[in-house]
Design a protein around this ligand. Sequence first.
Ligand SMILES: [Zn+2]
Length: 145
Amino acid sequence: MILITENNRIMLNKKNIQFLIVHCSDTPNSENLNASDLHQMHLNFGWNGIGYHKVILRNGEIQNGRPEYWIGAHVKGKNTISLGVCLIGRDEFTTSQFDSLENILRWWKTKYPLAEIEGHNNTKSTNKTCPNFDVKAWCEHRNIF
Ligand SMILES: [Zn+2]
């Protein structure tokens, strides 16, 4: 069931979360952007602010984007059934970032055990190569299922 609030924003129902989607910000690896910067970028796109639920900074710090009950804006056709996490950078991520990604995905898997982890590029709804690494292979390597 999808709940519509009075201003037509869709609430995410916990039971509907089928995918946990990994993204990158596709910004230069040398730029230490944070969630607030992405919020501004996405506002500039005319969106309702940051489209991701979690952001992982270059130093591994985890910052919140949208709350998990608010539909994200990060994956065409699957926003009503997914959560999105974004690594800051383009194609080289730090060890701290990967450790934080593991922590978030393990935490989310305890809350949404049926959800599948996918890279944005695995969703078939984009031509983007985001997040520029093989998320499935990485999860296998880290034993995250
Ligand atoms: Zn993406």
